[in-house]
Design a protein around this ligand. Structure first.
Ligand SMILES: [Zn+2]
Length: 347
């Protein structure tokens, strides 16, 4: 839990992953054969020496904000990085990662008292919001805050009842956590190259670059996926449930066509199912509309890489309070260890 809390609270908006990547590098020290970093910021951890190379990814980056403009009074306007829904932004406390100092701020807007009747019923869009730090424009500059400074939402990881936790950036720090724990515990029979990727939330960019570098035989992404087991979502809309085990992804992509996503290699899907059965791990199969993971980029690398994805069911994805089950995390770790330690006979 301590590690999960640490990596969930670390900053790492896409393109600015250094906060989280430093922690991951330190954490893996002594547990893997070698750690490397490429020019793009992807972290590679090597373990095992089998003949097949399995690339396993988890993305380090998170959705967040970036400074777009600072007015004469020091109020900050921002752009969004990744799929940030407007309706979860208002009144959030944020951290602005200045070059010389981290500064707290709050996302403000007009108070309800002075809103016109129609305004009260409307969703406030992000371009009508601003960040108040209490500092003037000159003071902000002194702390190294200006156009292009990254902003994260301030949020601690806490435990809910019945084995649940809630935190910011569980997408995909949950995946990072699973991959770190599996690397620490596994005795691989394959050559494992674990890649902690950058810039997933803005178009799978880190995975695109790193899969070319790694040239694996198999690619597996670990990520989070939508759990729909809560009010206002029907079971047919999102059948995955938290606590029912990791999701073996069969297909994902854009809502209208599953375009741009992953049609998982059926040999990989069968292998993962067999492994889960052998290890006694409860799992769910997933066809997931409305998004994809690093596996979609890995599969298209070079001459084509058989790829699959294991996702942890998560409620309220891309809000800053993402809920998941500790039991699913533990099962995820077990499954990834099993995968590292199993001989590949189907390729
Ligand atoms: Zn993700």
């Amino acid at each position: 839990m301590e590690l999960l809390k640490k990596i969930s609270e670390a900053p790492g908006v896409s393109g600015f992953e250094y906060g989280i990547s430093e922690i991951i590098k330190k954490e893996l020290q002594g547990f893997v054969n070698k750690i490397e970093e490429d020019r793009f910021g992807n972290i590679y951890a090597y373990k095992g020496n089998g003949e097949k190379t399995i690339m396993i990814t988890a993305h380090m980056d998170e959705i967040g904000l970036i400074v777009k403009h600072i007015d004469d009074r020091g109020f900050i306007r921002f752009a969004k990085i990744g799929g940030v829904p407007d309706h979860v932004l208002l009144s959030q406390r944020v951290i602005i990662h200045g070059k010389y100092k981290k500064i707290y701020g709050v996302i403000g807007c007009k108070a309800i008292h002075i809103m016109k009747e129609e305004e009260r019923k409307q969703l406030v869009t992000y371009d009508k919001m601003f960040i108040d730090t209490g500092l003037s424009k000159e003071q902000l500059e002194k702390y190294g805050i200006g156009i292009g400074t990254p902003i994260t939402i301030e949020r601690d990881l806490v435990e809910l009842e019945n084995d649940l936790i809630v935190g910011r950036a569980m997408d995909d720090r949950a995946g990072c956590y699973i991959l770190i724990e599996a690397l620490k515990k596994a005795n691989p029979v394959n050559k494992i190259i674990a890649v902690f990727t950058v810039q997933e939330e803005v178009g799978l960019r880190g995975a695109t670059i790193s899969s070319y570098n790694v040239k694996p035989d198999i690619g597996i992404a670990i990520d989070t996926t939508i759990a729909g087991d809560h009010p206002e979502v029907s079971e047919s809309e999102a059948p995955v449930k938290i606590g029912n085990g990791p999701v073996i992804v069969v297909a994902d992509g854009r809502r209208e066509s599953l375009g741009g996503g992953l049609l998982a290699n059926s040999l990989i899907v069968n292998w993962l199912i067999e492994l889960a059965n052998k290890l006694g791990i409860k799992y769910q199969l997933g066809v997931l509309e409305g998004g994809t993971t690093d596996a979609a980029a890995i599969q298209l690398s070079r001459g084509g890489i058989p790829s699959g994805c294991i996702s942890i069911p998560t409620r309220y994805l891309h809000t800053f309070s993402e809920v998941l089950s500790k039991r699913d995390l533990e099962s995820g770790i077990k499954l990834i260890i099993g995968l590292m330690e199993s001989k590949i006979s189907f390729l």
